[in-house]
Design a binder for this molecule. Structure first.
Ligand SMILES: N[C@@H](CCC(=O)N[C@@H](CS)C(=O)NCC(=O)O)C(=O)O
Length: 227
């Protein structure tokens, strides 16, 4: 099984299935397709268009079958490796976990666009400015905290539905943004962010992201050089 991903420092969508596979120790080969832009003539786009019709990462290839889009990959892994509890075991909890992932998948666009993933950067001044200027980012941050605290209360933690699973992998890049941009969250959310970062798959991704040492201008709206 191969997982096509982008640069670990910048690619939030790639991070989700990768940390999931790593967490559950499902063997896979990582194929990193370096970002050199997303235009039709970039090496990235030309390579990824040969793998799947969206030309995006992540893509999982299993025995000739290409599965693209994070949610489809997560569902495929949950079915293919059904002895692992990727989703919660209870029907109701699973429905809630899917609702949270779907909300993340289709939403939080202000947070995503104003605070793009940049694991190695520390941009608390940008975070303060964004929060001050962008009401939508403030309300998305409120929604995140409400969603996390409700799920953690219902499951009693330590992760959203008890043990680490797809929902936590889904929010791992968000936890990263909270850290990069120093976004203020309540104690429950802060504790959750720290537990997510300590989870083995997430810690391994962050370690690799820090080792990349690449600076991609088109992924850096707030910096001109690495600090
Ligand atoms: N909905 C897709 C989004 C994937 C996505 O946008 N990936 C980014 C990298 S993090 C990408 O490949 N961008 C290339 C492009 O926009 O052309 C998913 O969940 O996999």
């Amino acid at each position: 099984m191969q997982l096509f991903i982008g640069n670990k420092n910048y690619s939030s969508w790639s991070m989700r299935p990768w940390v999931l596979l790593w967490h559950f120790q499902i063997p896979f080969e990582e194929v990193m397709v370096r970002f050199d832009g997303f235009g039709p003539d970039t090496l990235f786009k030309r390579r990824m268009m040969q793998i799947a019709p969206t030309g995006r990462v992540p893509v999982l290839v299993d025995d000739g079958l290409a599965v693209w889009d994070t949610l489809a990959i997560a569902e495929y892994l949950a079915e293919r490796f059904h002895t692992h509890p990727l989703w919660p075991r209870g029907v109701r909890e699973r429905a809630r976990a899917r609702s949270l992932c779907a909300e993340m998948h289709a939403g939080f666009s202000a947070l995503r666009s104003h605070c793009p993933q940049n694991i190695e950067a520390s941009l608390p001044d940008v975070g303060r400015r964004v929060l001050h200027e962008q009401a939508e980012v403030r309300s998305e941050l409120q929604r995140l905290q409400a969603m996390w605290s409700e799920a953690l209360r219902a499951s009693a933690g330590p992760f959203l539905f008890g043990d680490f699973g797809i929902a936590d992998a889904y929010f791992a890049p968000v936890a990263g943004r909270i850290r990069t941009y120093g976004l203020p969250v309540d104690d429950v959310a802060q504790g959750y962010v720290e537990r997510v970062f300590a989870a083995p798959g997430v810690a391994a991704w962050v370690r690799d992201a820090l080792a990349e040492r690449e600076f991609l201008d088109f992924e850096e709206p707030y910096r001109t050089v690495r600090d």
